[in-house]
Design a protein around this ligand. Structure first.
Ligand code: ZN
Length: 222
């Protein structure tokens, strides 16, 4: 039936997301970030470490870094709640799990990137959200100076309160450049954080179920 291709379905499946994704995260034009201030600061850092900011290879570096910061910290100017406002009434009250959501963030202690995947599960209480919205919430929270622990908790709290869910589980894996290129120099070490709320915290069986689902191989139907 032709009604199956309604705009509603298109938006639900996230097919319409690519245009505003671009506007939101990639284009620094119109950014509230003070690009000029970053350019001056980067020149200053280059001089401070003993470089010559005026040598050819570095001439455009302050501008590139300013634009990069506008992009990677764009979450500071994005309200993650906006993605959870539009919910659908649904009687489904089993677990919904979105696995392997890639994220990129910056550790607030060193301003170095940490990257990894987030697994997000919730048990609806009559309200479900379009699945493409959860990765957007992850991005909005990740694209700011962060700590993986806080990112994990903020994500769980936000989903719990905005969706009025019966339970939320967030498990994040992260590889931190501040542990690999400096300090203890331990490449390959993965940092795992988790936040369990509601039924996932109260019921061992529910918690075990989500952990088993997360550990299942991609594409495996359980
Ligand atoms: Zn760090």
């Amino acid at each position: 039936m032709s009604e199956k291709r309604s705009p509603y379905l298109t938006e639900e499946t996230g097919l319409m997301d690519s245009v505003d994704d671009h506007a939101e995260f990639s284009a620094p034009s119109g950014t509230p970030v003070d690009l000029d201030r970053i350019r001056r600061a980067v020149r200053e850092i280059l001089a401070a470490v003993g470089e010559d900011p005026d040598r050819e290879g570095l001439l455009e570096t302050p501008d590139r870094v300013a634009r990069m910061y506008a992009e990677v910290f764009s979450g500071l100017h994005t309200e993650p709640r906006q993605y959870l406002k539009k919910t659908f009434t649904q009687k489904y009250d089993e677990m919904v799990l979105v696995k392997d959501i890639r994220y990129e963030s910056f550790c607030e202690h060193h301003l170095l990137p940490f990257t990894g995947v987030a697994h997000v599960a919730y048990i609806p209480n009559g309200k479900v959200v379009g699945l493409s919205k959860i990765p957007r919430v992850v991005d909005a929270l990740a694209r700011r100076p962060q700590l993986q622990e806080r990112l994990t908790e903020e994500l769980a709290e936000l989903l719990m309160s905005e969706l009025d869910a019966k339970g939320v589980a967030v498990i994040m894996h992260g590889s931190h450049s501040c542990m690999t290129i400096r300090g203890v120099h331990k490449p390959g070490a993965t940092f795992v954080t988790s936040a369990m709320r509601g039924l996932f915290k109260e019921r061992l069986a529910t918690r075990s179920e989500v952990l088993a689902l997360i550990q299942g191989k991609n594409g495996e139907s359980l």
